[in-house]
Design a protein around this ligand. Structure first.
Ligand code: LLP
Length: 463
């Protein structure tokens, strides 16, 4: 689903989709900064280092598979987003990409807000000290218990997704004597150019209230009539792993146009709009993501222009990047278990994880890169498919890639850009134990989410 592909030489043309591959990379030892987090380098031994730590030492201490998260990179990305959007806008990190208490603390320190989409994400956020007013609660089917938890904690906004929910949130807020700030999530009718499962603003899907059929305007009417709700603004999220700003432009135009209609019908100018997340990252070197300052500039200009045309005071803008902040900051470290050449086809390299720690390849046809990281190698490139250890042939981590032909059991491989939606979507398929997340910074490593143990699984299995 990323636009990227891996290159292949002519001798592989028969097994690879035509026009999709240009040839093996020049140097398999290069750890290209476009896909690796910023402190990753190779040391004099030829092994990769991150945060000043050799991956061989990380594997020895924490085991494999493991997600290795570059804290300096995470913080730098937070700062870049904050600086790009400035004081007149808010950046809500989308916790669904990856959430842990350490992450919440980093976000709090770096001045970001947080988007949560379940009562349990909210619990993590509150436990780690994110001030409730900096939290937004999302979801298309929030339970009354989740709403209650959010309202009583004092979250800054609840994003409403249906007529039933308007009534539900209003009732809970009234019961607790609270006037709850809310936004209404609208469906702007944009066809985002991404995988169907992660596009969210076309008409035929479960999120939001449609602008086109008048449901959004009706939701506004209902919310404005309820004393226990304060309508702060309109929300739109068009999908994920998007590179083209055109979809955001259409979304902004339609959201601002709704603000104009609300002013004309009700005489109120809503003070906020949220344009969601969805900005793409580089999974391979073929992906060319926009920088936060380019995104901020483009969105700011679109909103200003549309507001000017509609004679509206520009509302306070917020965005909700998840993947674009955490995605590039982590890689998954695996150990090679078997290497199986299939004559005339390719070589299957099995690692000690798979679809339980990265479901994205199987689910979205996602493309990833992979490198041998425990040593450098001058061997010829060989075309590989990196697969996991699960009982399923779709258990693919990296569909098409090149590794040195001498890659062997015991080598360490790393798959970059796995910070988003890998640990957070990990499963226990085949009773796999979900890997730890190890944060590294300035020559120190610490586990921020520990590896699951057999006891953890057995404790759930109550016989
Ligand atoms: N805001 C809202 C309301 C969302 O629904 C999402 C993602 C985001 C922000 C953050 O989007 P991001 O910037 O991370 O793309 N599991 C899929 C992605 C699902 C995203 C769901 N919503 C994947 O692995 O690609």
């Amino acid at each position: 689903m990323s636009r990227s592909a891996h290159p292949a030489g002519p001798r592989h043309a028969d097994v690879l989709p035509e026009g999709h591959y240009a040839g093996p990379p020049e140097d398999l030892n290069t750890l290209d900064p476009r896909v690796w987090s910023r402190t990753v380098t190779r040391n004099d031994d030829g092994a990769a280092e991150v945060g000043g730590l050799d991956v061989r030492d990380l594997a020895a201490e924490f085991g494999t598979p493991a997600y290795i998260l570059d804290e300096a990179d995470f913080r730098a990305r937070c700062r870049a987003w904050r600086a790009a959007f400035g004081q007149g806008a808010d950046v809500f990190y989308a916790g669904k990409a990856f959430l842990s208490r350490a992450v919440v603390r980093w976000l709090t320190e770096e001045g970001l807000n947080l988007d949560v989409c379940s009562g349990t994400e909210l619990a993590v956020a509150l436990d780690a000290g994110m001030p409730a007013e900096r939290i937004a609660l999302h979801g298309n089917n929030k339970s009354t218990a989740e709403i209650e938890r959010a309202v009583t904690a004092g979250v800054g906004r609840i994003v409403l997704d249906s007529f039933q929910e308007i009534a539900r949130v209003a009732a809970v807020a009234a019961e607790h004597g609270v006037r709850q700030r809310v936004q209404i999530r609208v469906t702007v009718g944009v066809e985002a150019h991404t995988h169907e499962f992660i596009a969210t603003a076309h008409e035929d899907q479960k999120f939001g209230l449609s602008l086109a059929d008048g449901q959004a305007a009706e939701a506004v009417r209902r919310v404005l009539m309820l004393d226990s709700l304060e309508l702060a603004g309109i929300h739109s999220h068009i999908g994920s792993q998007i590179f083209d700003m055109a979809g955001f432009e259409v979304a902004a135009r339609r959201v601002v146009s709704l603000l104009g209609e609300i002013r004309d019908e009700h005489g109120v100018e809503l003070p906020e709009i949220d344009l969601g997340g969805g900005l793409g990252i580089a999974y391979t070197t073929d992906d060319d993501p926009r920088e936060p300052h380019e995104i901020a500039k483009a969105l700011g200009e679109i909103v200003a222009r549309e507001c000017d045309a509609a004679r509206l005071t520009p509302p306070r803008l917020s965005v909700e990047p998840g993947r674009a902040i955490v995605g590039p900051t982590a890689f998954t470290l695996y150990e090679v278990g078997t290497v199986k050449p299939l004559e005339g086809l390719r070589t299957y390299v099995s690692v000690d994880g798979g679809m339980s720690d990265n479901i994205r390849t199987a689910l979205y046809d996602a493309e990833y890169s992979v490198s041998l990281v425990s040593r450098a190698s001058d061997a010829e490139p060989m075309l590989v498919r990196v697969v996991g250890k699960h009982c399923e042939s779709g258990d693919i981590v990296v569909k098409d890639a090149f590794l040195p032909a001498d890659t062997a059991p015991g080598d360490l491989l790393a798959v970059p850009a796995t910070g988003a939606y890998c640990r957070s979507m990990a499963s226990n398929y085949n009773h796999a134990l979900r890997p730890p997340v190890v944060a590294v910074a300035d020559g120190r490593a610490r586990v921020i989410v520990r590896r699951e143990t057999e006891e953890d699984l057995l404790r759930l299995d109550v016989g």
